[in-house]
Write a protein that binds this ligand. Structure first.
Ligand SMILES: Nc1ncnc2c1ncn2[C@@H]1O[C@H](COP(=O)(O)OP(=O)(O)O)[C@@H](O)[C@H]1O
Ligand SMILES: [Mg+2]
Length: 279
């Protein structure tokens, strides 16, 4: 079966070098994530993350924030087990991530990235590839949750509309909503969103934002977003700086702290104001 993770390997610069350990466990994951002194670098001479410690509780929505290149995606890559940690331990539901059978683990993740991959096929088949035995009802339910059902119904052939190169032209927001519907079709307990709304206009982003509030209920969510305002409802925000978790707290707590998060938010607001002044 083709999982969404297998598509992700295609966008990585290199194939992940991870391997199954002996007697790997196959287990339904619940979504508790613990970093214990985790260090990692893509190259031995270049540390990206150093001695990261934190716990994400089942069902929590966590926003990961930091300047470009600080290691936000890297942190998520480790949780997705695309790479082994160099040092320390990453535990999922109290079990070392290395002990899970890799294919099983990957199949249980819901992942939405910035660049959405859709096949030249029908909307239905694009959604179904995450779960080939999904019923029509399950597909519609996922599409409704992702705010995609209404626009799908308005396309020429509904769920049977052909998309892609020679098919119906979807907008970026529509593609992303299909990707989200696909990601939740398996009802994943761990949902990963890396810049999932960054390339969208404000209106599409708003629609997806509304959908996300519904989607994150009952699952652990790790989200990276270019526009920080989209993360302000997260249970907690983690700010990465200098290879470490520099700040952690709610949007309001971190604003009050007037530290890195405050600076990032203020800088983004100023950019926004400048742009509005120009137009
Ligand atoms: N596949 C890779 N191989 C080597 N270095 C990488 C790779 N991916 C990211 N990096 C480096 O790791 C650091 C953190 O990158 P990344 O996690 O993508 O940052 P962010 O998502 O915060 O922008 C950067 O210095 C980046 O150049
Ligand atoms: Mg990134």
């Amino acid at each position: 079966m083709l999982t969404s993770l297998e598509r992700i390997y295609d966008v990585l610069d290199e194939q992940p070098k991870i391997r199954n350990r002996e007697n790997p466990v196959s287990r339904q994951i619940q979504g508790n994530v613990v970093f214990k002194d985790v260090s990692f670098g893509y190259r031995s001479y270049e540390t990206v993350l150093e001695k990261i410690n934190f716990e994400i509780k089942m069902g929590e929505m966590i926003g990961i924030v930091g300047a470009s290149g600080t290691g936000k995606s890297t942190l998520i890559n480790l949780v997705m087990h695309l790479y082994d940690v160099d040092d320390g331990e990453l535990l999922i539901d109290g079990i070392n991530i290395n002990d899970y059978r890799i294919e099983d683990f990957h199949r249980q993740l819901g992942v939405v990235l910035q660049e959405t991959f859709l096949f030249s096929d029908t909307i239905l088949n694009n959604m179904r590839f995450a779960k080939p035995d999904a019923t029509y009802e399950e597909i519609i339910r996922a599409a409704k949750m992702a705010n995609a059902h209404d626009f799908i119904c308005k396309t020429p052939n509904g769920y049977n509309t052909y998309v892609g190169e020679k098919g119906y032209n979807l907008s970026g927001g529509e593609r992303q909503r299909i990707a989200i519907a696909r990601a939740i079709l398996n009802d994943p307990k761990l949902l990963i969103l890396d810049e999932a709304t960054s390339s969208l206009d404000t209106e599409s982003e708003y629609l997806i934002q509304k959908a996300l509030q519904r989607l994150t209920a009952g699952r652990t969510t790790l989200a990276i977003a270019h526009r920080l305002s989209t993360l302000k409802d997260a249970d907690r925000l983690i700010v990465i700086d200098g290879h470490k978790i520099a700040e952690c707290g709610s949007h309001n707590e971190l604003l009050e702290k007037k530290g890195i998060y405050y600076k990032l938010v203020t800088a983004q607001l100023q950019m926004q104001t400048l742009k509005e002044g120009e137009s």
